[in-house]
Design a protein around this ligand. Structure first.
Ligand SMILES: Cc1ncc(COP(=O)(O)O)c(C=O)c1O
Length: 310
């Protein structure tokens, strides 16, 4: 049995080191979409909802994956199965990446067109989330910094699509790590409202009410959606509305949600401390409910795996 991770690439299951794509692949220029799930106890969490989002992203950017959602699900599950012996007591991030395929012009000398009839590149792989980093952040909280770089205006490209043309997010990261190497960016939208992080959605708690930005200029995060569902079950009021930096600075609690970490508390925003304890009571309550739903304690698992992860 292979000791190397196995991935799927264009019809084949291969060791990751043998997965090769052409330098002329349009994905190299960011012409691609993707989605990322995670497993709990080896089982993918909300795969169907993730693939629904992936197919919305594909439809928006007009890439035809040339396989049905059901086929994409089956191949994804097969990649997880083929790596199960390497999982140990850890869990995977699971990703599908689909590019528009190889640009014909680069190989034929003729003009490349975005409507060239070329097969897409489909790559599905697993990898371990950075549990050590997350364990530290569960204890200390994130320092979120609002950079000058904004999230895309939806007139340019809708942030609901999970795509790979996000150099603005890299610029935001560069900006904030210069100020604090440990900080995470918290981007504003075009109007000055808070939108999201570079890989996470954002929540605050004010007087017992959960508040999160509307989905006008964010990725419709599945972890955000899970928090909204859990809040409903727990009878916690939750509203989607415009949130300004002022609201964030003065919140009782703030946190980020994202597939690989589920939820992480925020301890500071632009150096202003948030909340009295780390993590705060709302984060603890929601994480307890989430843990119950998936059958393992998310924070305990993160801390246990921290010792053996990067
Ligand atoms: C820009 C952005 N916002 C939010 C999220 C969180 O989404 P999810 O909870 O589905 O992982 C991600 C995930 O990678 C993201 O890239």
């Amino acid at each position: 049995m292979s000791q190397e991770l196995i991935a799927y690439l264009n019809g084949e299951f291969l060791p990751v080191s043998q997965c090769m794509v052409s330098i002329s692949d349009r994905g190299f220029g960011g012409d691609s979409v993707y989605d990322v799930e995670r497993t709990f106890n080896g089982k993918i969490f909300r795969l169907e909802a993730h693939l629904d989002r992936l197919y919305r992203s594909l439809k928006y950017v007009r890439i035809d994956p040339r396989m049905t959602k059901e086929e994409m699900a089956e191949i994804t599950l097969e990649v997880v199965r083929r790596n199960e012996h390497l999982r140990g007591n850890s869990d995977w991030s699971v990703a599908q990446t689909i590019t528009r395929g190889v640009a014909l012009g680069n190989t034929t000398g003729r003009t490349t067109s975005v409507i060239d009839d070329v097969p897409p590149t489909v790559y599905i792989n697993v990898y371990f989330p950075p549990f050590r980093r997350y364990a530290q952040l569960h204890e200390e909280g994130i320092h979120a910094i609002i950079p000058k770089t904004r999230n895309y205006h939806p007139d340019t490209i809708d942030n609901k699509a999970k795509h790979r043309s996000r150099l603005n997010l890299t610029m935001a990261q560069l900006e904030v790590v210069e100020a604090d190497p440990e900080a995470w960016p918290l981007l504003l939208d075009h109007y000055g409202n808070i939108s999201e992080g570079t890989g996470s959605n954002f929540f605050i708690v004010t007087d017992g009410v959960l508040r999160t930005p509307t989905d006008t200029s964010i990725l419709q995060g599945l972890s955000r959606d899970t928090v909204i569902l859990l809040a409903k079950q727990l009878g916690i009021p939750c509203i989607e509305e415009d949130i300004q930096p002022f609201d964030a600075y003065t919140a009782d609690e703030a946190f980020m949600t994202g597939t690989s970490h589920s939820m992480l508390p925020i301890s500071r925003i632009d150096w202003r401390p948030i909340g009295d304890e780390m993590p705060g009571p709302m984060v603890r309550r929601l994480l307890a409910a989430w843990s119950e739903m998936v059958g393992l304690d998310i924070v305990d698992q993160t801390k246990a795996l921290a010792a053996i992860s990067e």
